[in-house]
Ligand binder design. Structure first.
Ligand SMILES: *Cc1c(COP(=O)(O)O)cnc(C)c1O
Length: 398
């Protein structure tokens, strides 16, 4: 990496768990597939289709390589929301009226997993939502206990999007396998951030999102194990693309972008992790020095390097954000229709509603500089003391 620029970016973007900037190298790789190479990758009776198909298959191999899969186990979707829906509802609908009716997930999963599981109650399935321990980790004994009842599917995310906490997926998948259940994991926040080996982990289904790994929005993938073969009922009717699991013309430009994003993530993961851990530690040290009583939520040991989730004593997240308009971070609260509710993830870790409402998620990423982190520390410290945050221009002159 080059030295820190003297001046932070504007605005300072520290919300890399919500989305990431599409890497300029990814944009570059995509461009020709929008314009001169616009063939339909399914029109393989002519040269334009064949070249698009070849690009899609190259990208499929790049996605597979990042997560320890075979290319023929990767199904392209519109993102992790769709992948989670297809995995959970598809597995349940394929099983139909089999005796295994229980579907087990965890209270801290992404909304699209929780609601996919909850929706299946209407089809006669039995949703079970397991608690987590105060650090955000699942007690394997609690999973084992839940699987005493014959279970169709277990869905547990690898990395949590609010806290960055990493579950021990190989151990949890082994428990599910032993009980005869399928195992699905949402790896939207894990792929490209920590080593993922789906075939070694004995996972059956896994969900990937392009825009969490410096790729484009609106593209993702679902890993569907081949050996032993996992069967899913498709949610879309149509041309039967993607082994019949996901009908619809493949968006070749976005797929090329996802592939390039995976290739870059794999090549740069080691170095990037070290750099992000240094930035995250600098952020935490700066905030903790300035703000007595600051508390980190979620395990620091089992956590991806870029994420911090911190509770500020005596100031709400909304107040802080209002005082630092140049800083993009997340309050972690879900705005459902008109009401703002405190984060259910933080509640599941045992935070009170008051503590949750005083909490920010701060996520460093590939394009975060040390100057960005220093600005965030100065601005949040000032905001916490009740002062307006220093402007970026002011800070850069200082
Ligand atoms: C972002 C995210 C999703 C949703 O992904 P999309 O590609 O935006 O649909 C699902 N799960 C987790 C953990 C995420 O972080």
């Amino acid at each position: 990496m080059t030295d820190a620029p003297s001046r932070p970016n504007r605005p300072v973007y520290l919300d890399n768990q919500a989305t990431t900037r599409c890497d300029p190298r990814v944009v570059e790789a995509m461009l020709p597939w929008f314009s001169e190479h616009y063939g339909n990758p399914h029109s393989v009776e002519h040269v334009m289709g064949v070249e698009a198909e070849a690009a899609v298959e190259d990208a499929r191999a790049q996605v597979a390589a990042l997560v320890g899969a075979n290319p023929n186990e990767i199904v392209f979707t519109s993102g992790a929301t769709e992948s989670n829906n297809v995995a959970i509802k598809g597995a349940a609908r394929f099983a139909g009226h089999a005796e295994r009716r229980r579907i087990v997930t965890v209270a801290t999963e992404h909304k699209c997993v929780l609601e996919s599981v909850a929706d299946l109650a209407a089809d006669g399935f039995e949703p079970v939502f397991l608690p987590v321990q105060p650090e955000g980790l699942i007690d394997p004994e609690v999973l084992r206990e839940a699987l005493q009842v014959p279970t169709l599917l277990v869905s547990i995310m690898t990395v949590n999007n609010e806290t960055g906490v990493i579950q021990d997926i190989p151990a949890l998948a082994a428990i599910a396998k032993q009980a005869g259940a399928l195992f699905h994991t949402d790896i939207a926040q894990a792929a490209g951030k920590i080593p993922v080996d789906l075939s070694g982990w004995k996972v059956d289904l896994a969900s990937i999102s392009g825009h969490k790994i410096y790729g484009p929005k609106g593209i993702g993938a679902l890993y569907v194990r081949r050996r032993p073969r996992v069967r899913l009922a498709p949610l879309f009717s149509g041309g039967g693309q993607e082994r019949g699991i996901r009908s619809g013309t493949l968006p070749a430009p976005l797929i090329v972008g996802l592939g390039e994003a995976c290739r870059l993530a794999q090549a740069e993961m080691d170095e990037e992790s070290k750099r992000l851990a240094t930035l995250r530690d600098r952020l935490l040290r700066g905030l903790a020095d300035a703000i007595p009583g600051l508390r980190v939520n979620g395990s620091m040991a089992a956590r991806i390097p870029g994420n911090l989730n911190v509770t500020f004593p005596g100031a709400t997240a909304a107040e802080l954000m209002e005082r630092v308009p140049d800083l993009c971070v997340s309050t972690g609260s879900a705005c459902s229709s008109a009401a703002i509710e405190p984060s259910y993830v933080l509640r599941a870790l045992g935070l009170t509603d008051d503590a949750a409402s005083c909490t920010l998620r701060i996520g460093a990423g590939r394009f975060t500089s040390p100057a960005d982190v220093d600005y965030a520390v100065a601005a949040l410290a000032a905001a916490h003391a009740g002062a307006p945050a220093p402007g970026i221009e002011q800070l850069a002159k200082a």
